[in-house]
Design a protein around this ligand. Structure first.
Ligand code: NCD
Ligand code: ZN
Length: 358
């Protein structure tokens, strides 16, 4: 059956992505590279990517893992630690190897144990980033065990982000994967004072599920990611922000694959693998919000404008199917590890129309 509707936009970018390494990298990369021209690649490998040399080597492994008929640009990040070398960061940035620096508060999420223990202790690094206009990408959650798990993002804004922006007013900051009304309002309220230097990414899954999805029908580890999904009112506020067309919101899937066995276990890991279905999910969300005309801003225009990069010359076609279809449910790595894809429980009415099948 012919599609009900099509939408052609400049090829999108994914401004927050986990590609992992080895067999997992090889298995997941085609799903991103077929839909996105560029992606900001997270550095939380084990060991973490903390130097320019490690980022260059990782970028090479990504290039080698890319199927020969695909084009894709990985934008590399450095994982900030208490002892990272600012001269190396600057060199990597100026040589075009490093695209941004990533702040993980120690203990806040998967593979963040090498992260920053005290933001005050890295003020020389932040000073350098500000000086050279190297973007700081923030996992905005406190890891303080005294703070309620669902309040980690809100408390981070008050305790860390507000003082940080006061001390480094010209620092280019992305608050990643926002999940709360509080965060969405904060970003909007700072639009004037930040002079285009404060933005936020939004995932497809946080616009799709609220925290009930963790518990419906029994504890569901495939809906567990960090930051954890919040209340319905938060989800609605995040959707309103992302679909508003405002330039400081853009797509970052935070697609974060883990083997099924690592998800379906005690101490199951945070992270959902959304890369294959993310664009369809974003399209559905925007359509439901009556904002399909703004999808292009969110997926393809706002990110490049924030980072001062060209919009991708290639284009991508999305189609609305006459009848919703089962999305891709799972993939297998070469090492026979199964990875469950998000969403696990629903059909999708949009899909990417690919010229060549994967
Ligand atoms: C990410 C991962 O698995 O690396 N997990 C997640 O729940 N999003 C880490 C992160 O981005 O927080
Ligand atoms: Zn992430």
């Amino acid at each position: 059956m012919p599609p009900l509707q099509t939408l052609t936009i400049p090829k999108p970018d994914d401004w927050h992505l986990h590609l992992r390494d080895g067999a997992m990298l090889k298995a997941v990369l085609p799903y991103t590279a077929s839909h996105f021209a560029r992606a900001v690649v997270m550095p939380n490998l084990k060991p973490a990517i903390t130097t320019t040399a490690a980022a260059a080597a990782y970028r090479e492994r990504i290039r080698e893992a890319l199927p020969p008929h695909m084009t894709f640009t990985p934008l590399m990040t450095a994982y900030l630690t208490d002892t990272i070398d600012p001269d190396d960061l600057e060199r990597g940035f100026k040589e075009g190897i490093l695209f941004a620096a990533k702040l993980y508060p120690a203990g806040a999420t998967t593979n963040s144990d090498q992260g920053v223990t005290d933001i005050q202790a890295i003020s020389d690094i932040l000073d350098r980033l500000q000086k050279i206009d190297m973007p700081l990408l923030i996992h905005g959650e406190v890891a303080d065990p005294a703070v309620d798990f669902f309040d980690r993002e809100t408390v981070f804004i008050d305790r860390v982000l507000i003082p940080l922006r006061r001390n480094f007013p010209a620092l280019r900051i992305v608050m990643e994967h926002i999940t709360t009304r509080y965060a969405a309002n904060y970003i909007v309220s700072e639009a004037q004072s930040s002079h285009g230097k404060l933005a936020a990414t939004v995932t497809a899954h946080h616009m799709r599920i609220n925290r009930n999805a963790l518990f419906e029908g029994g504890l569901n580890p495939h809906h567990f990611c960090l930051p954890v999904a919040k209340r319905e009112e938060d989800r609605q506020a995040v959707i309103a922000a992302a679909t508003s067309g405002a330039p400081m919101f853009f797509a970052g899937t935070d697609s974060a694959p883990h083997p099924r066995t690592a998800k379906e276990s005690s101490h199951g890991l945070g992270g959902v693998f959304s890369a294959p279905n993310a664009l369809a999910l974003y399209a559905e969300t925007f359509e439901k919000a009556g904002s399909l005309d703004r999808l292009e801003n969110f997926l393809s225009l706002n990110g490049p404008a924030f980072y001062g990069l060209p919009v991708n010359a290639a284009s991508l076609k999305l189609e609305k199917r006459a009848a919703p279809e089962e999305p891709l449910k799972s993939i297998l790595t070469e090492e026979a590890q199964e990875v469950i894809a998000f969403p696990t429980e629903s059909r999708l009415s949009w899909r990417v129309a690919l010229k060549e099948p994967l």
